[in-house]
Each structure stands twice: as structure tokens, then as C-alpha cells.
Write a protein that binds this ligand. Structure first.
Ligand code: TXA
Ligand code: MG
Length: 327
């Protein structure tokens, strides 16, 4: 049965800002653009509002959400900064870096946001999101605005396609600039842990903190509970590091040269002909869903180097290729 689409899409601007602010203060959820991916936002201090996020996404409630702030001053109302986290916020905020910080005793963040943890993930986004948080005057909890387990949306239309029957309002800020979710790090004493590779490359973070990042061991699910099993899943199977295209497959390419069989592929999209990682990251989710929509049962993916933003790209591809759960 076709989905009923009832959500409205409003172009980012003064009217959208006013409407989104009013909706959020009334305890509604609103899908908003950020520089990474679209988020499904709610007032982080309002329990029923946050519960609406989980309900709309059909997200397991043990999975904690990121709190979005205007900057360090707002974050300090509910979280505490060690010197290294402070240095990272100074260097990368506003931007695609999320810090996991200890919650303050007197914080007003609803426990649904943190899934009962004594830490909170915090990020200051750019663009419309930043203006909206300032207008609301409160932190906004926002996971990616997709149904749980599906590809994160990088356009307003992708949000509407995934959640349109479950949410009232999507603000359209155009395609997102970064295209993959934020990098998540947590400072543990002298150690800086990379919990999720993302829009800020590990090398850039290492240059600021003057030490190597420690990668979370595989299956360290407790550190970043959202990093479970098959995530970012398209309907098609994904075949990574392909050296040829088999009959009937679609191809997700990278760089100037196509692999064998590419001209017989059901459809071909190239993340970046110039092998530019930024361009590839910004196209990743959109191209995965377009190839998925082309109806191929398998998407062959050309090898992509793992340096810089390639780490996040390969992480998302590996999750998309992982064996599926019940969903
Ligand atoms: O770019 C992004 O990060 C986007 C935009 C909307 O900001 N948001 C996003 O949120 O990707 P979400 O909910 O899809 O992913 C948040 C991740 C999850 O893997 C979750 O487990 C982790 O952050 N997380 C949240 N709170 C945490 C905490 N206290 N400790 C460790 N991990 C945490
Ligand atoms: Mg997500």
C-alpha cells in the first residue's frame, strides 16, 4: 500500500524559523537540515517531545540521542568539559564533531535523550539548525531523520520519503554539505576515543589533540549503542571492494576508472570522478538510495581508500553491507 504523506515541507527562512520554533516549544518534532544530515529535532528537556522522536523513527529506546547546542556556553549548562574536549569544541564547533561529555548533576536534559547514561553526546551544528536552537533557547535532541536502521537523509525529500507519514514538518535547507553524520569522540583521561568516524577526519582531530585516536574495538556496542548491527541499510545487498560488475548489479563507483562490466550495470553512479573524498561523502547516502530505487538486488561498490573522510565512508558502507536483522 502506498504510504500516506501528510508532512509539510517548508523552505528554510524566516517563516520556517518561526514555525519550527513554535512547534518545538509546543512539544512537536520537526525535521531540520544540518551540515551533516537532516535531523529529527525535539526540545531535549521535554520528555513527551523526545518520546515522539523514538516513536516516529521506530527507534529502540536504549539508543541515546545527540543534543544540539549553539555552542560551548549552552553545552556548559548541562555538560562539563575537560581541557581536551574544550580544545576540540574550540577547534571544530560549529561543525561535524560530536563530543561525549559527563552530564552535570543539575542538568535539565530528559533521561530519554541519554538512555539513562551519565554522559551526553553534544554537537553545535551550522546553518538553519544553529539559528533555530538560538531561537528556541534550549538544546535540541536530534537523531538522523530516517526510520531506524535506514540510510540517513541528506535532502528534505529523503526525509519525507522515509518519515513523511509520521511527522508534521520538514524544513528544506537544500542538500547537506557534508553528507555523512558527525564524528563522535570521547575523552577518557589522556585517551581520545573515536566512537564513530564521520564528517571530521580522524587526522584533523589528531592534529588538534596532538595524539592518536583510539578506535573503539569491534562490538564495543556500549560505547556508542547506536552503532549496532546492520545500520544505514538500503534494500539491495551491497558488495564492497568489487573488481567487476556481475549481471543485473548496479554500480557505485569512485575515481576516474570504472571496473570490468560497468557498461552492462543496471545503473552507475560515481561518488567522485576526481576521487575527492568530500564530494564522495556528500553524495554517499543520496547515491545509495538512488541505486536502491533503480531496483537492482545488489549494488557493487568500487574500492574506496580509507584515509581522511574515507574512514567514515567505508564505515557506512560496511554497515550497509552487514547481514540484516529482523527489519
Ligand atoms: O551528524 C549527526 O551526528 C546527525 C545530525 C542530525 O546531527 N545525528 C546523528 O544522530 O547521526 P544519531 O542519533 O543517528 O546518532 C547518534 C549516535 C548514536 O550512535 C548513539 O549511540 C551515539 O551517538 N550516542 C549518543 N549519546 C551517546 C553517549 N552518551 N555515549 C556514547 N554514544 C552516544
Ligand atoms: Mg542515525
Amino acid at each position: 500500500m502506498p504510504k500516506q504523506r501528510v508532512c509539510r515541507i517548508l523552505k528554510a527562512g524566516e517563516d520556517a524559523l518561526r514555525e519550527a520554533r513554535a512547534a518545538l516549544l509546543a512539544g512537536e518534532v520537526v525535521a531540520i537540515p544540518t551540515e551533516t544530515v537532516y535531523g529529527l529535532a525535539a526540545d531535549a528537556t521535554n520528555g513527551p517531545a523526545v518520546a515522539r522522536i523514538f516513536e516516529s523513527k521506530q527507534r529502540p529506546s536504549f539508543n541515546p540521542l545527540i543534543c544540539h547546542v549553539t555552542g560551548i556556553a549552552m553545552a556548559k549548562r548541562f555538560a562539563s568539559f575537560d581541557p581536551l574536549s574544550r580544545k576540540l569544541a574550540d577547534a571544530f564547533w560549529p561543525g561535524a564533531l560530536t563530543l561525549v561529555l559527563p552530564l552535570r548533576d543539575d542538568h535539565a536534559i530528559h533521561p530519554l535523550v541519554t538512555a539513562g547514561l551519565d554522559t551526553v553526546a553534544v554537537r553545535a551544528p551550522q546553518g538553519f539548525g544553529a539559528e533555530l536552537i538560538a531561537a528556541v533557547g534550549r538544546p535540541l535532541a536530534a537523531p538522523s531523520a530516517n526510520r531506524s536502521g535506514r540510510i540517513s537523509p541528506t535532502t528534505a525529500q529523503a526525509v519525507a520519503d522515509s518519515l513523511g507519514d509520521a511527522i508534521p514538518l520538514v524544513i528544506d535547507g537544500g542538500p547537506t554539505a557534508v553528507g555523512v553524520e558527525s564524528t563522535i569522540v570521547k575523552v577518557d583521561g589522556e585517551t581520545v576515543r573515536l566512537l564513530r568516524p564521520g564528517g571530521v577526519a580522524a587526522e584533523e582531530i589528531e592534529a588538534v589533540v596532538g595524539r592518536s585516536l583510539v578506535r573503539a574495538e569491534a562490538n564495543a556496542a556500549i560505547q556508542a549503542p547506536g552503532m549496532l548491527a546492520s545500520h544505514y541499510a538500503p534494500r539491495a545487498q551491497m558488495r564492497l571492494n568489487a573488481d567487476h560488475v556481475a549481471p543485473g548489479e548496479a554500480l557505485l563507483g569512485f575515481g576516474p576508472v570504472r571496473i570490468a562490466g560497468a557498461n552492462a550495470a543496471k545503473e552507475v553512479l560515481v561518488l567522485s570522478e576526481a576521487a575527492d573524498m568530500k564530494e564522495a561523502a556528500s553524495n554517499l547516502f543520496e547515491f545509495m538510495s538512488r541505486l536502491d530505487a533503480a531496483g537492482a538486488t545488489t549494488i557493487a561498490v568500487e574500492p574506496i581508500p580509507s584515509s581522511g573522510l574515507g574512514e567514515a565512508i567505508n564505515d557506512r558502507l560496511a554497515r550497509a553491507a552487514a547481514p540484516r536483522g529482523e527489519k
